[in-house]
Structure formats: structure tokens, C-alpha cells
Design a binder for this molecule. Structure first.
Ligand code: DAH
Length: 347
């Protein structure tokens, strides 16, 4: 019996130190001490050992069991330590200088947003805010967007399931759906419902559309909205403001052009193109930068302003497009990757 036990122990001593993983360990352990294991087989034979030899045989077996257990324990401890070390990765020396890349810098979208707000602030606009989770009323209905308009299509707009509730975003109409705002124009409505004119606000923020991401599209992007409501506001005021804003931001050689367009919330409506040949990488004469127009009387009606008294203009534009022009960035995805090699280039 001693020979059999010694052979088992020698085999275990050769096998266990070579095991590399927990499953391998469990399989090997079963081969020794499992129901059909080699040591189990010896134990089963104890019954047939003559009575007077049993105490000595029992001692032998117990000793062998203890020695095998020590081999198992050592093997398992080694395997677990290796797994832990792999999980933790290379050793860290906390006494080395920190890999801190230095003081942080502003994100290019933040820089453009802040600069736009600063320029607008100087000419009397203050910053207004609105929620990114909106209801159909603020995003579409009050902006004179008819129920069948393509902008409302679930292929273009992210809707929340009807069961979703946002306690802090009041619904105007029972049963209206919550959505992620598709433009910052919803802030126009929120601002006008808060109080009477005159109003002069600029509202930067995120907007969401069901776009497939590529070099110029992102499902989440940033816009900047502007709204001015007062007596006797005209298209001239709108054009003058836009000229001023873009020449302040991009330099006096910047030219602006209005192209007639259709938006439900403005009449007349225009798309705004700019020409800024002095910017590196701007290789087209005219680049579309946003939309604008004179606030449609139906929008005033939906917020309770008298269209016979009040007039106003609004515009909205994408901040990514502007930042791409200003900093010659040719892929929108760079803005969201948080790569310090990209972010460290702006100040
Ligand atoms: N909301 C429009 C868009 O997302 C942009 C826009 C157009 C905003 C005309 C306005 C406007 O305020 O008057 O494309």
C-alpha cells in the first residue's frame, strides 16, 4: 500500500506544479480525490485490509492524504496568484513621477460655444437653457411642425417608450411622447412661455437625431439657438446680427449669404451660408452653417404673444460644423473620442 501511495504522491508532485488554470486544477484534483480518483481507490481498499494491519494502514493513508492536500493547496494558491497578477496588470511604482499630462485644456466645442456666447452677450443676449429630454409640444407642435412632418418620424427622432416618465419635464398635452430634442429650437418655446417680450437669448446645447455616425454626422451633436423678440424687429436686424457674429468669430473677411428656405417656425426662412476663404482647409466658396428667419406668427400664437404687436427673429446652427471650420478638423468623431493628442491642440 505504501508503494501505491508513494506512486500517487510522486505523480501529483509532478503534475500539479505544471497546471496553469483553475479548470485544469479541478480536473486534475478529480483524478486524485474525486469519486473515481486514484487516492479514493486506495481508500476504498481499506475495507479489505486485515484488522490488525488497519491502524498502520490508516496512518499511512492519512499521512498521504495530508501530503497530497499540501500539494493541492500550493498549486491552487499559485494558480490564483497568477490569475490575480494578470488581472492587476504590470506592477506600479507609486514613487515614480506621475504620468499626469499637465493642466487640462478646454474642449474645442466648449471654446466655440463660449466664444459665440461671449460675442452674443456683448450685443445684449443672455444664455437660456432647456432640457435635452423634451416633449412633442416643445420640440414640434409649438414650433408649427405638422403631425405628418418627416422630422417627427421615429426614423429621425429618438422617442422614449410611452411608459417613460420624466418628473421634471412637464407635458403640455396628456399622452404626448417624450423624445430627445432634435434641435435647440425647443428652448425658444420654453423661454417665451416664461414671460413676455422683449427677449434676447442664446441657447447652446446638445441635440439628437437618428443619424448613422460618419465623418460629418453624429447622433448626438451640439447646436446654438438664438431668439430675439421685440417691437419692429426686421430681417435687417437678423442679417446684421449674423454678419456681426460670424465676422467676430471668424474674422472680418467672412461673408454671409441668405438662401430662401422653409422652416415651419419662421417666415420668411433662410439657410445661412458663409464664405471664409482665409480659413485653412475651407475649399468651398459657400458653406451652409445654419437656418434662420422671422418668427412665424403661429409660434407667437402658441406661446400667447400677440403677433400684431411682437416681431422676432431666430437662428440655429451646428457647433461642430463651426469648430471644424475654425480649427480645420476633418472628422466630427474626433470631438467625442477624448484623445488627449487631439484635445491638447486647442486653447
Ligand atoms: N432648428 C433648425 C435645425 O435644426 C435650425 C433653425 C432654423 C433654427 C431656423 C432656427 C430657425 O431658430 O429660425 O436645422
Amino acid at each position: 500500500m505504501q508503494d501505491a501511495l508513494n506512486a500517487i504522491l510522486a505523480k501529483a508532485a509532478a503534475e500539479f506544479p505544471a497546471l496553469a488554470s483553475r479548470p485544469e486544477f479541478e480536473a486534475a484534483k478529480a483524478r486524485f480525490v474525486g469519486p473515481n480518483g486514484e487516492l479514493t481507490a486506495v481508500l476504498k481498499r481499506m475495507g479489505s485490509v486485515p484488522k490488525e494491519e488497519r491502524p498502520a494502514a490508516g496512518r499511512m493513508v492519512n499521512e498521504a492524504k495530508a501530503r497530497l492536500q499540501a500539494v493541492l493547496d500550493a498549486s491552487l494558491a499559485r494558480i490564483e496568484a497568477a490569475a490575480e497578477a494578470a488581472r492587476l496588470g504590470p506592477a506600479v511604482d507609486p514613487t515614480l513621477p506621475s504620468p499626469d499630462p499637465g493642466p487640462g485644456k478646454y474642449h474645442p466645442l466648449t471654446l466655440v460655444r463660449e466664444e459665440m456666447c461671449r460675442i452674443m452677450h456683448k450685443v445684449g443676449f443672455s444664455v437660456a437653457d432647456g432640457p435635452e429630454v423634451e416633449t412633442e409640444f416643445y420640440c414640434f407642435d409649438a414650433l408649427n411642425t405638422p403631425p405628418e412632418h418627416t422630422a417627427r418620424d421615429p426614423q429621425d427622432t429618438f422617442y422614449f417608450p410611452p411608459s417613460a416618465r420624466f418628473g421634471n419635464v412637464a407635458r403640455k398635452n396628456p399622452g404626448e411622447k417624450y423624445l430627445l430634442r432634435t434641435h435647440t429650437s425647443s428652448v425658444q418655446i420654453r423661454t417665451m412661455l416664461k414671460g413676455p417680450p422683449p427677449i434676447r437669448i442664446v441657447s447652446p446645447g446638445r441635440a439628437y437625431r437618428r443619424d448613422t455616425t460618419d465623418a460629418t454626422h453624429s447622433a448626438c451633436f451640439h447646436q446654438l439657438e438664438c431668439l430675439s423678440v421685440d417691437r419692429n424687429v426686421t430681417v435687417r436686424d437678423l442679417k446684421a446680427l449674423i454678419d456681426h457674429v460670424f465676422s467676430s468669430l471668424l474674422g472680418p473677411d467672412t461673408k454671409i449669404r441668405f438662401r430662401p428656405h422653409y422652416f415651419g417656425y419662421t417666415e420668411p426662412s433662410f439657410e445661412v451660408d458663409l464664405s471664409a476663404r482665409h480659413l485653412p482647409k475651407v475649399n468651398k466658396e459657400w458653406i451652409e452653417i445654419g437656418g434662420c428667419g422671422m418668427v412665424d406668427p403661429s409660434v407667437f400664437a402658441s406661446v400667447g404673444y400677440d403677433p400684431a404687436v411682437w416681431t422676432g427673429y431666430a437662428f440655429g446652427m451646428g457647433l461642430e460644423r463651426l469648430a471644424m471650420l475654425l480649427y480645420a478638423v476633418d472628422d466630427i468623431r474626433y470631438f467625442y473620442q477624448n484623445d488627449l493628442r487631439f484635445l491638447g491642440q486647442f486653447s
